[in-house]
Design a protein around this ligand. Structure first.
Ligand code: ATP
Length: 457
């Protein structure tokens, strides 16, 4: 046998073995996707013309004209977009070349028929490169399949990137929280708020450039509740006591002022994000869980109620200060609530938070309270459609930088994993105010807090 044939055979056998091994090693979902991808590839030449995704080229090529010796008219050519198909557990990802007259619009129009032909729940067509479209087909609805996240304990590659989960096309969703001063998280009890925050803590805790504080309105003492393990990685923790919370918020507003006053002299820039957070100037994340506890209106004329009402009003004002003025000096506030009324997170705070997430909600009003009026215009993404228990862990998100809402399947983070990370990273905990004092030394006394306020405002 000639050497060339042997080589070709060896390549074919090697390729086949590689595919068989890949197939056998894959899980059931991925195997289905591999078979689906093969069907998509094989059926493409027939399917494309049926869906008007081909063009007829009547102009003969130079080669065809040369070869045409018998003088018969040359048949027009049917051009089919070249298609490259890959797979993942949820379905197929295909890249198609555009042809004259067959581009993004035509593929998008054909998407429902592609979904039928490829037996997909959803098909989305986007364009990420000129001359090419990306066709994502999901056989299974990624929103309906619970996932789990095992935190690695490694320092994140990028600071302030919040990996949230996957969207309805199983594409990873993450939000860049640099320059973001506030995030709201709402949803009915038991639908995954704690797990969402747990993930952020688990992923970010290994970084010495992030410090955490927490006010948990659901508990009275640090050893109770969802954050019991995390307390060791937090420089401050308060329970449902309004006065204690007030002290913490004041402390943080003071930190905000001191940072605003000294950012130029310490970091040499106007905004901390120009240089990024560091262990001496860390990003400070304040988690306010069950935010309603700290802000709700107390009605009554007895002295105790009056005092609570005054504290609640001041708490809202202090948190507003942090969200409105904390961005450039590295403060981030995450507010969560299971209450579905407008006063759970006062609208003047909600509206200055650029990122909002909501798990399931019971009523349209609750969805508006969580995500703003705009959600009424996006019925498909409305969290009132997430009440089925299948959607525990699924949230709808809006981000001020983009129109519309994204539905996200967030993963479950086992408590034991979160506890392990908290323990491993506890030694990184430091009070950012003390860090600033250490940097400024005796100059701390010179920090002009009033001037800092005027500048930041
Ligand atoms: N992302 C998720 N995927 C699958 N299951 C989840 C997810 N998040 C939470 N769960 C399940 O739901 C239960 C309740 O979740 P979690 O404590 O996060 O809810 P919550 O919204 O914080 O409730 P609450 O407002 O009462 O604190 C968890 O114990 C877990 O079994």
């Amino acid at each position: 046998m000639p050497l060339f044939v042997v080589l070709v055979l060896a390549v074919i056998v090697g390729w086949a073995v590689w595919w068989v091994v890949r197939y056998l090693r894959a899980d059931t979902m991925t195997r289905q996707s591999i078979r689906q991808a093969v069907r998509v590839r094989w059926g493409w030449k027939r399917l494309a013309p049926m869906l008007k995704l081909s063009v007829t080229d009547k102009t003969p090529t130079a080669l065809a004209t040369l070869a045409n010796t018998n003088g018969k008219p040359i048949k027009p050519r049917i051009l089919i977009p070249a298609l490259r198909v890959t797979h993942d557990a949820y379905g197929v990802i295909a890249r198609a070349r555009c042809l004259p007259g067959v581009g993004l619009q035509q593929f998008q129009k054909a998407a429902p028929h592609l979904a039928d032909a490829w037996r997909c729940t959803r098909v989305a067509v986007t364009q990420d490169k000129p001359g090419q479209v990306l066709i994502r087909g999901v056989r299974l609805d990624p929103l309906k399949f619970p996932t789990e996240h095992q935190p690695t304990g490694d320092v994140p590659d990028e600071t302030a990137r919040w990996d949230l989960g996957v969207d309805e096309y199983a594409q990873p969703v993450s939000v860049d929280l640099t320059q973001v001063p506030g995030v709201t998280v709402a949803g009915l009890p038991g639908y995954g708020k704690t797990s969402l925050v747990n993930r952020l803590l688990s992923d970010w805790a290994p970084s010495p450039a992030v410090q955490f504080a927490c006010a948990d309105g659901k508990v009275s003492a640090a050893y109770e509740g969802d954050y019991a393990d995390w307390v060791q990685r937090m420089f401050a923790f308060v329970g449902d006591d309004l006065e204690e919370a007030n002290k913490l918020f004041r402390h943080l507003v003071e930190l905000r002022r001191a940072r605003s006053a000294s950012v130029r002299s310490v970091l040499g820039v106007k905004s901390m994000w120009d240089v990024g957070p560091s262990d001496r100037w860390p990003l400070v994340v304040l988690i306010i869980d069950e935010a309603h506890t700290y802000f709700r209106d107390h009605k009554g004329s007895d002295p105790r109620t009056k005092k609570l009402a005054a504290l609640a009003a001041e708490n809202a004002r202090l948190v507003e200060d942090l969200v409105k003025k904390g961005r450039s000096v590295g403060l981030l506030v995450i507010l969560t609530t299971q209450k579905s009324t407008g006063d759970a997170i006062p609208t003047f705070i909600r509206d200055v938070c650029p990122v909002g997430l909501s798990f399931a909600q019971k009523t349209a009003e609750a969805a508006v309270a969580a995500l703003g009026e705009e959600i009424r215009e996006w019925p498909d993404a409305n969290p009132i459609n997430l009440q089925d228990p299948t959607y525990v862990g699924v949230a709808s998100m809006n981000h001020q930088s983009q129109p519309g809402f994204t539905r996200i399947r967030t993963p479950y983070v086992p408590d034991a994993d979160a506890a392990r990370i908290a323990e491993e990273t506890a030694s990184l905990t430091a009070d950012p105010y003390a860090l600033l004092e250490a940097v400024l030394g005796p100059r701390m006394g010179d920090v002009d807090l009033i001037k800092a306020d005027t500048e930041a405002a």
